[in-house]
Structure formats: C-alpha cells, structure tokens
Write a protein of this length. Structure first.
Length: 324
C-alpha cells in the first residue's frame, strides 16, 4: 500500500483573480490522493486547513499564509455540486500551478465530466450577498408588505403561520423576491414549507409574531443601508467585490464552459474592493447579476448533471493504485 500522495498545488485567492494588493495574504490550495491504509479503513480525511491561529472573525494580514488541502473525492464532490473553489481548481492557469503530478492531468483532461448546470454554490453566494447588500425598491416593498401582512394577521387572533398559510402562500407567489420553499426537517425527515422573503425564511410552524419581528428587523436594516448607500460607509467592500466576481464567473462557466484567470475585469473588481465605486451602483449590479446567473443556468448548454459513472471510474483508478 502507498502513502498519501500530493498531486496538485496552486496559488489561489486574489493572486489567482488578479485582485491582490500590498496587504494581500497568500492562499494555497492542494489536492491529494489518500493513503491506501486510510482508503481501506474508510478513514479518509477529506479536507484540512493550515494557517496562522486567529480569533473569531479576525481577517488575514499581509504575509499570512493559508493552505487548504482536499482529497480527490472531496474535490470531485465540490465540483459536481457547483462549489466555487472546486470549479476554480480545474481552470487555474499554468502560471498559478506550483506543482502538478501527471495524475492530475488526467483530471484536467476529463474536467467536462464534472460540469453541469448545477451551480448552487455560485447562485447561493450571489443570492446571499444580493440579499445582504441590495436595497432595491422592489426588495423594500416586498419586506414592507410581508411585515404589514403579518401585523394584520396578529389582530385576527391567529397565532401560528399554519393558521394563515393560505393567505401567506398567495402573497409569496404574487410578490417579487418571495417564495414558498420546502426545507427538509432533520428531526422528522419531512419537507417543511417555509415562507421566504428576500432570503429570510420562516417555517410554517413559527408564530405569526416571530415572522412579523423578523421582517420588521429586515425593513429597519434596509433603512440603515439606504443611509450607508448615500455615505458609502459601513460596507464590507472586499465581500462585495467577491460577490461580483463570483457572479461573473458563474455566467462565464454556464455560457462558455470555462473560467478565465486572472479575471478580465480585475481592475474594476479592485476598484470595488477599495470602495471607489458608489454603493448603490454595486448593489444594483449584484441584483441584476443574480438574475442573470439564474437565467443562464436555464439556457446553458452544459449537461443537466455530471457524469457520475465516469467520475467513479476515476476514483476507482486513483484509489486502486494506492491500495495495491
């Protein structure tokens, strides 16, 4: 049996995107084939991270070095699920590749078997940031309407959303930025209906008062964001620039089946990262980008799903070599 084998190491992060500055840290990504022993004992460590010890929410500093390593099974899973980092690791240009075993060439030669219209990681990240930073009038109106709807329902004597679900569902299906979503309940393994407005979810079992409080808080936050938009203050510009980049990568992947690095509009992303672009302009762009990503996922010529049979064949080949 063979020991663990490193087959890929790249320089990732801002130095891949072309958005690094004097204060940027160094971010490395690696891929390895687990040892034969760990494969046979089913004790594969699928991912590990190394870097300087930090307090919660403490950001990296210039000179810091972070390394994330993934087993091939983890990498394959990331790509097939539309994970952002996983997809980036099969489109990394030669200048960012620090080490590549010939075995990884086989992965790159067959990268199309991993790709599909499933870009949940991209869509999820874009939606999260659009909901966080977007203050379009339609969002404000949707939240205000939800807040007012639940306020009126509290006056009827009803206590639970389940008691007013018909009216709640009608609002969700007739209002932009709202929907009814089924989410699996881990305790019962059943799908539970949730009312969703601008990304904030309320299960059917929640009290109406809790739903009202939730959307009242969101509505108040929109007011603060509007003020921040006028003053260009209080914005996590690095996170905003990441969201713009991720959305643009998703569109390119869906339409052209590739991702270009460094990013063609790196200078624009750097301007956003430095807070040089008007907040409202970026917020509106994020909203439109999310709509574009979701539209592209419907018309993309990528397959509906990855080729899992061929992916399994690769895993069998790589793991089989290690256990011999």
């Amino acid at each position: 049996m063979k020991e663990e084998m490193l087959i890929y190491r790249i320089l990732h992060g801002s130095r891949l995107y072309g958005t690094n500055t004097a204060t940027s840290d160094q971010d490395f990504k690696e891929v390895y084939i687990p040892s034969g022993r760990s494969i046979l004992l089913q004790r594969i460590k699928e991912a590990r991270a190394g870097g300087p010890a930090k307090e919660a929410n403490e950001k990296n500093q210039a000179g810091d070095v972070d390394t994330n390593s993934f087993a091939i099974t983890k990498l394959f899973s990331m790509i097939t699920k539309g994970d952002i980092i996983g997809c980036e690791m099969i489109f990394t240009p030669p200048q960012n590749v620090l080490f590549k075993d010939p075995r990884y060439d086989l992965i790159l030669e067959n990268k199309n078997i991993f790709l599909s219209r499933k870009v949940d990681g991209y869509v999820g990240y874009c939606r999260q940031q659009a909901n966080k930073y977007g203050i379009r009038g339609s969002r404000v109106a949707a939240v205000r309407g939800a807040m007012e709807m639940f306020a009126s329902m509290m006056d009827t004597g009803h206590k639970k959303l389940s008691e007013v679900w018909f009216e709640t569902s009608i609002y969700a299906r007739s209002t932009e930025h709202c929907e009814i979503e089924l989410i699996r309940n881990g305790a019962t393994d059943d799908d539970m209906p949730h009312f969703v407005c601008c990304g904030k979810k309320q299960p059917i079992t929640n009290p109406i008062k809790a739903a009202y409080d939730c959307y009242k808080k969101v509505f108040d936050e929109y007011g603060h964001r509007a003020l921040a938009a006028e003053q260009n203050n209080g914005i996590d510009w690095k996170a905003v620039s990441h969201a713009c980049r991720v959305g643009e990568q998703a569109v390119e992947l869906l339409m052209d089946h590739t991702i270009t690095f460094p990013r063609p509009n790196a200078e624009r992303l750097l301007s956003i990262k430095r807070g040089e672009v008007v907040y409202q302009e970026v917020a509106d762009y994020l909203d439109s980008l999310l709509i574009k990503v979701e539209a592209c996922s419907k018309i993309s010529t990528l397959p509906e799903k990855p080729d899992h049979d061929k992916i399994d064949q690769l895993i069998l080949m790589f793991h089989g070599e290690m256990v011999q």
